[in-house]
Design a binder for this molecule. Structure first.
Ligand code: GAL
Length: 341
């Protein structure tokens, strides 16, 4: 039986090393060399596992059953109404206060020649867990390739019709966690549309808007700082970016969603997914009161979460992608974080 503080490591020939723990499958570090071989840990978090277990439980964690928000915690399937916990003001967030980030996943080595090293993480969520219908069996593969790709593959099955949206919540800082903010790092998104939010609703309005002529336009690369400093109502609501972007050309196949780069270290990362959306979050709620890696305070905009997903509140929006999983179906999701060295 895996324990909360059990530590697992994936390593490849190029000295890329991913570390995670049993609780939440939480990624606690990703060491990546730059072009000169100088290694930095590129995920925001704490110095020790003890601090990780006591600290922000979303750092690097697997989120579910429904990552992101469900408005008022309500949804309906086949005429049956469900009420989830509202753990984020008036909305449901990341599967509730005892979401998958808080669970101890069963971890075992996963043998396949696809990866330099891999692990399988499994979880069974009981019928009614956090008030979701159906028993949900989830398997997540964490695999590291010799091509410096950290691959996350999700598979899930349910015994009753339910909703699902699984994601991974690492905050990336390619200069290195603890070296300051990501304001000077570049972001490019394969997204000409995004889903605007409203302060009253606390998440998406249902609108799908063009990014053109807004701070959300990352079609060409620009710095995160430029977007965060923009005089734009959408930025003001969340003091940065906390938005879902609609991936261009979505067809259920793996495609480029995002590219992030740090001009100082030269480190670069590409994100690929077969999901329709990606939540970009600048960590605007970090206030420097917690000490993280390198003994530095975890400050506002210290990292960028790039969470591949179905859209927020999809269960209540007819025109958003389907988030319902039925017993005869299998939920599948792949996300690749590729480090260009
Ligand atoms: C993100 C979400 C943020 C915040 C964070 C958890 O996925 O977009 O608004 O809730 O998770 O701290």
């Amino acid at each position: 039986m895996t324990k909360a503080a059990d530590v697992f490591k994936l390593k490849n020939r190029n000295n890329v090393e991913v570390t995670f723990i049993g609780r939440g499958g939480q990624i606690t570090s990703i060491n990546v060399p730059d072009s000169k071989g100088s290694i930095a840990d590129v995920v925001v978090g704490y110095e020790t596992i003890e601090e990780a277990l006591a600290g922000d439980g979303y750092f690097g964690a697997l989120c579910g059953r429904y990552a992101n928000r469900v408005v008022k915690g309500q949804f309906e399937i086949d005429g049956e109404k469900y009420q989830l916990e509202c753990n984020n003001d008036q909305n449901h967030l990341h599967g509730g206060s005892d979401g998958f980030n808080n669970r101890i996943w069963e971890v075992e080595a996963y043998d396949t020649n696809k990866f330099a090293q891999a692990y399988k993480l499994s979880l069974t969520s009981k019928d009614g867990d956090q008030k979701y219908p159906g028993e949900l069996k989830v398997e997540v593969i964490y695999g590291l390739t010799e091509e410096n790709e950290f691959v996350i593959e999700y598979i899930a099955n349910t015994t009753k019709a339910t909703i699902i949206n699984l994601t991974s919540h690492a905050y990336f800082n390619l200069k290195g966690a603890g070296t300051g903010t990501v304001e000077g790092q570049n972001l490019q998104l394969n997204a000409s549309k995004f889903t605007p939010i409203s302060a009253e609703i606390g998440t998406v309005t249902g609108e799908i808007a063009e990014v053109k002529d807004t701070a959300m336009d990352f079609v060409e690369p620009k710095t995160v700082g430029e977007a965060c400093a923009a005089d734009c109502p959408q930025v003001k609501i969340v003091d940065g970016i906390d938005h879902n972007f609609v991936i261009d050309g979505y067809d259920g196949m793996l495609r480029l969603a995002a590219r992030m780069s740090d001009p100082e270290s030269g480190r670069e990362m590409e994100v690929y997914t077969d999901q329709p959306g990606i939540q970009v979050y600048t960590g605007s709620h970090f206030d420097g009161s917690e000490t993280g890696k390198l003994g530095a305070p975890i400050v506002k905009w210290a990292g960028l979460a790039l969470e591949t997903q179905i859209f927020p509140d999809s269960p209540n929006k007819e025109h958003f992608p389907n988030a319902v999983l039925r017993p005869e179906e299998t939920y599948k999701h792949t996300c690749v974080y590729k480090f260009i060295i």
